[in-house]
Design a protein around this ligand. Structure first.
Ligand code: HEC
Ligand code: HEC
Length: 289
């Protein structure tokens, strides 16, 4: 049944005949502003379809007269970045470590690359800025376990330390206590000996007892005078820098358990140019040798 249309007495406008609980709908025209906005939207949409990529099809999509493509834009930008980086990387590949460090432009490039790669890959262990922590050497001082020349640092980064890489820097201090090589009293005597080596007051009788033991068990790696050896990554025991701590507890703990820090190999993961940049970055910020 068709709705009944009638003229509203108050407004004089015809009703649509729809009625809900006594409320009736007036058949007013749409507001002009609304209608024009709507026409406008339709026009913009049609113009957009024509100019820009829009409609999906079975084998792709309509490309639009402007041939706009974000994918192509990204590709162009990446290409530009490659050219920019490529020249930097190419220069790094050709130059020797010393040349990089001495050429202000290459040095600046290495610092920039080095800093960002260090933040992403090394700071987790060596600390932001490379100041290290217990078991993780400070890379900002000029105390080196495995050597502080540009080449030493490059090699350490490339092969790692006790990393499982076939050429890794490798050595293992025996676990004198845990493996029962030395009795606890001797370990505490040796602890006094190491304290004495680093120039601090120590129990003289214990030091005397430990002297022959140190000569027999420790000098092979730490040297006759206790100054260590970079060939085996054995720290200098006479200075104030400690990998595991300077107090008696830390020292006897290391003699007991013979910890050996592990540093991953980066050779396969970072390009040779990046490792060069890192070596220069670490060396330059460490007052390197
Ligand atoms: C998973 C932890 C870890 C990460 C990540 C790490 N290192 Fe190390 N690194 C170590 C440890 C542990 C040592 C000390 C090993 C030892 O006791 O001989 C070390 C030692 C070094 C040394 C030798 C220091 C010396 O005194 O001879 C250099 C250089 C070095 N790291 C640079 C880097 C660089 C550059 C990166 C980033 C590409 C990096 N490390 C990432 C753990 C790490
Ligand atoms: C086979 C070589 C080797 C022998 C032998 C050896 N050490 Fe070590 N020692 C090392 C290495 C390598 C380290 C560093 C471990 C690391 O980098 O994680 C070390 C570290 C230490 C440390 C910690 C230094 C620090 O900076 O925290 C002490 C203390 C120490 N050794 C004492 C001794 C004493 C005492 C003996 C003899 C009883 C001895 N070592 C025998 C290789 C050796």
């Amino acid at each position: 049944m068709a709705p009944e249309r009638e003229t509203d007495a108050v407004t004089g406008v015809e009703t649509t005949g729809h009625e809900w609980d006594g409320i009736r709908e007036l058949d007013n025209p749409l507001p002009r502003w609304w209608l024009w906005t709507w026409y406008g939207c339709i026009a913009v949409a049609i113009a957009y379809w024509i100019l820009m990529p829009a409609w999906p099809g079975l084998h792709g999509y309509t490309k639009g007269l402007l041939h706009a493509s974000d994918r192509a834009n990204v590709a162009t930008e990446l290409q530009a970045l490659d050219v920019q980086r490529g020249s930097g990387a190419a220069m790094m590949r050709k130059a020797s470590l010393t040349q990089i460090e001495q050429d202000p432009k290459l040095q600046a490039y290495a610092q920039q690359v080095g800093q960002s790669v260090f933040g992403d890959n090394c700071a987790t262990c060596h600390g932001i800025g490379g100041t290290g922590g217990k078991g993780y050497p400070n890379l900002r001082d000029d105390v080196w376990l495995w050597g502080g020349t540009l080449e030493d640092i490059q090699h350490t980064i490339t092969v790692g330390i006790r990393s499982g890489h076939p050429q890794a820097r490798l050595s293992q201090m025996p676990a004198f206590g845990r493996d029962g090589l030395l009795p606890p009293e001797t370990i505490s005597d040796l602890t006094e000996y190491v304290v004495k080596l680093s120039g601090r007051p120590a129990d003289t009788a214990a030091v005397a007892r430990a002297t022959p033991v140190f000569a027999a068990q420790c000098v092979a790696c730490h040297g006759v005078d206790g100054r260590g050896s970079q060939a085996v990554g054995a720290p200098n025991l006479t200075d104030a820098e400690w990998l595991y701590g300077s107090d008696r507890k830390a020292i006897s703990g290391q003699i007991f358990s013979g910890n050996g820090g592990v540093m991953p190999t980066w050779g396969g993961r970072l390009s040779p140019e990046t490792i060069k940049a890192l070596a220069v970055y670490v060396h330059a910020n460490a007052g390197g040798q």
